[in-house]
Design a protein around this ligand. Structure first.
Ligand code: NAD
Ligand code: ZN
Ligand code: ZN
Length: 349
C-alpha cells in the first residue's frame, strides 16, 4: 500500500510503498477514511531532531488524527465488526496505570508498557496517512455515533479533542458574563470557538493574523474578532471593561502570543498554552495578573473523545474541512506552512 512517511528529521514527507499491516492478537487494522493534517506534523518536519524531548523518531507514517472502518480483527478482539465506522483515540498508553485507567493515556506513567513512549500512530508509530493503519490496542477505537462519517470524524480526534480538553478543564471559569479568548483560529482554534459556543455561555473573542481565519471565527460564532499585533491586548481589555479575559487559549504558542495571553488574562483567570510554537513566557511575581493559572495541555482523554464525537454527531461541532488525496499530502503541508489553509485539511487515502 502507499503511505506518506517521515523518513528522517528535518525532511519533507515522502509517499512510498510499504507492506499492508496485519493485526496481531488484540490488534485491529482499519481502512483509513480520513487523516487530518495537523500543524504538529509541520513541527515534526521542520523543528524536531534527535535533541528534542521526544522519546521516538522517524521513520514512521504520518497522520495522528484518524477515523475509518474496521478492516481486519486480530485474535481475541471482540465487540467490533468488520466494516464498522470507528475513530482512533490517538495517544497510546499502557492501558493499566493510574492515568490510563482514567482514559488519560496522554499522560501514561508506565511508558515502558506503552506501544510507543508518549506517542501513538503518526507520532513514532505508523499513522493514518496510508490506505490501512494498524491500531495496536482495540480499546483505542471508538465506534462512530450515527450521523458521523470517518472523513468528518477524523479531525474531531485531535483538532476537536485537544481544544475540548483545554476548554473543559476551564468550564468553571466560563460562566455567563465571562469572556474567553481564542488565539490562532486554524484547525484547532476554529473548533475551539465552536466548542466554547456549544458547551458554555461565555463570550468569545478570536485573535488571528489572517483575515480568512478571522472570517472563519465569525462563521463559527465568535462574538468579536481581533487582529493579532501590538494593539490586541488593549482591544481585549477594552472589550472586557478593562478586566481581561477569564480564559485565554493560545493555539499558537510563540513569544508574541504568550505575551498577549499574559497581558490579556484577567486576575484569577486561566492561560492555557496548546500551541507548540516554541515561545517562552517569562514568569515572575508581576509578569501575569494575580492568581492566573498557566498550564499546557496535551491532547485529551478517551472519555472526552466520546463526548466530542457526540457533539459532532449532533452537529453542535462541525470542523470546516477540505479534503485531499494522499498524493497531495506533501503539498498540503506546504500550504499549511504558508498559511494558505482555512479550517482543517483531511487526507482521504
Ligand atoms: P493551524 O496552522 O491550522 O492554525 C494556526 C493558526 O494560528 C492559523 O490560523 C494562523 O494564522 C494563526 N497564527 C499564527 N501565528 C499567529 C500569531 N502570531 N497570532 C495569531 N494567530 C497566529 O495549526 P493547528 O493544527 O490548529 O495547530 C495549532 C498549534 O497547536 C500548533 O503549534 C500545533 O503543533 C499545536 N497542537 C498542539 C496540541 C496539543 O496537544 N498541545 C495538539 C495539536 C496541535
Ligand atoms: Zn495534532
Ligand atoms: Zn499507562
Amino acid at each position: 500500500m502507499r503511505a506518506m512517511r517521515l523518513l528522517k528529521w528535518k525532511s519533507d514527507p515522502e509517499i512510498v510503498e510499504v507492506d499492508t499491516p496485519r493485526p496481531g492478537p488484540g490488534q485491529v487494522v482499519i481502512k483509513v477514511g480520513g487523516a487530518g493534517a495537523c500543524h504538529s506534523d509541520l513541527h515534526l518536519l521542520h523543528d524536531f531532531d534527535e535533541s528534542s524531548p521526544l522519546a521516538w523518531g522517524p521513520p514512521f507514517t504520518l497522520g495522528h488524527e484518524n477515523a475509518g472502518w474496521v478492516h481486519e480483527l486480530g485474535e481475541g478482539v471482540s465487540g467490533l465488526e468488520v466494516g464498522q465506522a470507528v475513530a482512533v483515540y490517538g495517544p497510546w498508553g499502557c492501558g493499566t496505570c493510574d492515568r490510563c485507567q482514567l482514559g488519560m493515556e496522554t499522560y501514561c506513567e508506565n511508558i515502558a508498557g506503552a506501544p510507543v513512549p508518549g506517542g501513538g500512530g503518526g507520532l513514532g508509530l505508523d499513522g493514518g496517512m496510508a490506505e490501512f493503519m494498524l491500531v495496536p490496542q482495540a480499546r483505542q477505537l471508538l465506534p462512530l455515533p450515527e450521523g458521523l462519517d470517518p472523513v468528518r470524524a477524523a479531525p474531531l480526534t485531535d483538532a476537536g479533542l485537544t481544544p475540548y480538553h483545554a476548554v473543559r478543564r476551564s468550564w468553571a471559569k466560563l460562566a455567563p458574563g465571562s469572556t474567553a479568548v481564542v488565539i490562532g483560529v486554524g484547525g484547532l482554534g476554529h473548533v475551539g470557538v465552536q466548542i466554547l459556543k456549544a458547551t458554555t455561555a461565555t463570550r468569545v473573542i478570536a485573535v488571528d493574523n489572517r483575515d480568512e481565519a478571522l472570517q472563519l471565527a465569525e462563521e463559527c460564532g465568535a462574538d468579536q474578532m481581533v487582529r493579532s499585533g501590538p494593539e490586541a491586548a488593549k482591544q481585549i481589555r477594552q472589550a472586557t471593561g478593562g478586566h481581561g479575559a477569564d480564559v485565554v487559549l493560545d493555539f499558537v504558542g510563540v513569544d508574541a502570543t504568550l505575551a498577549l495571553g499574559a497581558a490579556a488574562t484577567r486576575s484569577m483567570g486561566d492561560l492555557t498554552i496548546v500551541g507548540i510554537g516554541g515561545g517562552t513566557l517569562p514568569l515572575s511575581f508581576f509578569s501575569v495578573p494575580y492568581e492566573v493559572s498557566i498550564q499546557t495541555t496535551y491532547w485529551g482523554s478517551r472519555p472526552e473523545l466520546a463526548e466530542v464525537l457526540n457533539l459532532g454527531a449532533r452537529g453542535l461541532v462541525r470542523p470546516k474541512i477540505s479534503t485531499f488525496p494522499l498524493a497531495e499530502g506533501p503539498a498540503v503541508y506546504e500550504r499549511m506552512h504558508k498559511g494558505g489553509l482555512q479550517g482543517r485539511a483531511v487526507i482521504v487515502p
